[in-house]
Write a new protein. Structure first.
Length: 301
């Protein structure tokens, strides 16, 4: 991965972002959490990939939060607890070395038994938090559980997993006005644990999916099916959105006047805007070619 600085940002911004791409292992937890095809193509084309510092500033913000919280935790922690902040840990999964860096781990004793709590700090948007259902966050913590067990000799069943979400765009005004809006800019969510055997099986399956060339599914692609929105002139939001054009056409015919249909195409959102390897991905390039052909057919070319 080549990290560029096209806009000449200060080095104190550039250097921390570069650190995010330095790992020494067969697979990192991050690589197992994301879709297998992205990890596989990133490894194959690692010397051809590039990312600009300007696109990584949210990562820098997250790292700043981690560093600050970690530093204070080390200074202020309960003396009965051992606090580990951003320590790179590793373990074997089959013949592969899996490594990861939990944000913070507290190790402590309860009734003579060793326990641990793994904290994963997420600097995220209110929208992401409200939507909930972040399976990749849960998977990340469960993989960390494997690493913590090996590194600190903690029984698997004695490990607690916590997501600590800091909502970067939270506003007090909306919290006061909307009861369903998060009432605080900080939330802790405890993630349910699964058995060590289940986590190991999951890790092995994800490694196999990477090595077998498993394609991205609809969830991986953040895919949205084509929809047909009934719009009204002068109004920004849709009157109603349909999954087929016939129902949308019937509504426009019935309403008449300044109503029209806006087709919202089948978008592969992640591929189009956020995937670092989309230009090397045959699956996505074939989809693009198919969409171009379909559009040409529709306009009679």
């Amino acid at each position: 991965m080549r990290v560029t600085n096209k806009f000449g940002l200060p080095e104190f911004l550039a250097e921390p972002a570069k650190e995010a791409y330095r790992t020494k292992c067969d697979y990192s937890v991050t690589e197992l959490v994301r879709p297998p095809q992205i990890t596989r193509l990133s490894k194959i084309h690692k010397d051809q990939l590039e990312v600009d510092i300007s696109d990584q500033l949210w990562i820098l913000l997250g790292r700043a939060v981690h560093d600050r919280i970690g530093a204070r935790a080390k200074l202020n922690h309960d003396v009965t607890k051992k606090v580990h902040v951003e320590e790179q840990l590793s373990t074997k999964v089959g013949e592969q070395i899996l490594a990861g860096t939990p944000d913070m781990v507290e190790v402590y004793q309860i009734d003579g038994q060793t326990h641990a709590t793994i904290y994963d700090f997420k600097v995220t948007s209110v929208w992401s938090f409200v939507l909930g259902d972040k399976p990749e966050w849960e998977t990340q913590l469960r993989l960390y559980q494997l690493l913590v067990r090996e590194a600190y000799s903690v029984p698997f069943e004695n490990i607690t997993l916590k997501i600590c979400a800091i909502l970067r765009d939270w506003t007090g005004q909306r919290a006061r006005r909307e009861p369903d809006y998060p009432q605080l800019p900080y939330h802790e969510v405890e993630v349910a644990t699964i058995s060590r055997d289940d986590v190991l099986t999951m890790a092995k399956e994800r490694i196999a999916a990477i090595e077998d060339g498993t394609l991205c599914n609809e969830t991986d692609r953040w895919q949205r099916e084509t929809t047909f929105a009934v719009m009204k002139e002068g109004r920004k939001t849709a009157v109603k959105v349909f999954s087929n054009s016939a129902e949308a056409t019937e509504m426009v015919t019935r309403l008449g006047g300044p109503h029209y249909i806006e087709e919202r195409p089948n978008n592969w959102n992640r591929c189009e805007q956020y995937c670092p390897v989309s230009k090397f991905c045959n699956q996505y390039q074939e989809h693009v070619a198919e969409m171009v052909t379909t559009n040409m057919d529709e306009i009679g070319l």
